[in-house]
Design a protein around this ligand. Sequence first.
Ligand code: ATP
Ligand code: F6P
Ligand code: MG
Length: 343
Amino acid sequence: MRIGILTGGGDCPGLNAVIRAVVRTADGRYRSSVVGFRDGWRGLLEDRKVPLSNDDRIDRILTRGGTILGTARVNPDKLKAGLDQIRQTLDDNGIDALIPIGGEGTLTAAGWLAESGVPVIGVPKTIDNDIDCTDVTFGFDTALSIATDAIDRLHTTAESHQRVMLVEVMGRHAGWIALHSGLATGAHLTLVPEVPFDVAEVCDMVKKRFQRGDSHFICVVAEGAAPTPESMTLREGGIDEFGHKRFTGVAQQLGAEIERRIGKEVRTTVLGHVQRGGTPTPYDRVLATRFGVHATDAVHRGDFGQMVALHGTSIELVALTDATRHLKTVPRERYDEAAAFFG
Ligand SMILES: Nc1ncnc2c1ncn2[C@@H]1O[C@H](COP(=O)(O)OP(=O)(O)OP(=O)(O)O)[C@@H](O)[C@H]1O
Ligand SMILES: O=P(O)(O)OC[C@H]1O[C@](O)(CO)[C@@H](O)[C@@H]1O
Ligand SMILES: [Mg+2]
């Protein structure tokens, strides 16, 4: 068998571990070969690929962040218009099955290829942890560790200066990184995209904390968090060429508003892409490796149109259509758990 593999959407620690696991399992268990398409769906549209051999080089990518295949975003309409080209590339390269590794966009495209008859098994990735039907995605644990370390450090400097510190973490539609890093570091407030915040309430919380004699205030803000429309207006950033909302820096704008309203000194840190770079944690290496092994097994069983997923401690398959119907956002009760520690 000849398997095609690609990585789509934002990169994520653990992508290389999946690629390695697919190559090793395909060769070692089934004597199958693997071809990597470069830069996500673009590689399939432009027939740019690289053969991946089960050798020492592939073995060493286990611990490396990023993706050796490169990744890219392609406007979904252009992708849809390129379906015939994608089929042609798969035919020209004798590809029997495709393993796309990506987030909700890549997996939606994978589901849509599967419906049109292309044999596909998806692998979910994202630091945001917002893919439904899997307990967790690899990349999340690494991003959470990086955010936790950064916020721990902000606590000590905030305390020394009696400051309000806002720290913006990634989380476009889902506040998992914010929720967990806030809980792990004992943040005094966490703002997530799922629950609009009221600026007056935030200011009140900050004021009360300092009135009580506490030394500092740490607030974790997901990049996709937004105020209630009546409490504050965020700058508009529009939509980029791939259909994604452009963020304008919610933490920085909230910080300015807190300073203006209550005169407290505020500092803002935006962690940005640091959260996505570098070596995956052991947890993410293991999960990514298991996903790669199970995706390769599924391909050889002919279980197509599905995605590997973690359920408890087992790796199982779920239909791509089910996994991409909704994003896995933070449920209100999970946010309320964290709220017990606010203020
Ligand atoms: N609704 C869709 N239908 C078909 N293809 C899509 C759709 N949404 C996204 N895609 C394709 O999948 C690619 C990757 O999607 P996207 O940029 O959202 O990254 P992702 O895989 O969701 O990862 P991330 O977590 O970084 O968002 C897009 O550039 C586009 O080519
Ligand atoms: O790398 P880019 O295109 O700036 O994408 C950033 C987005 O990708 C993610 O890291 C993963 O979806 C989001 O948290 C973030 O908004
Ligand atoms: Mg996406």
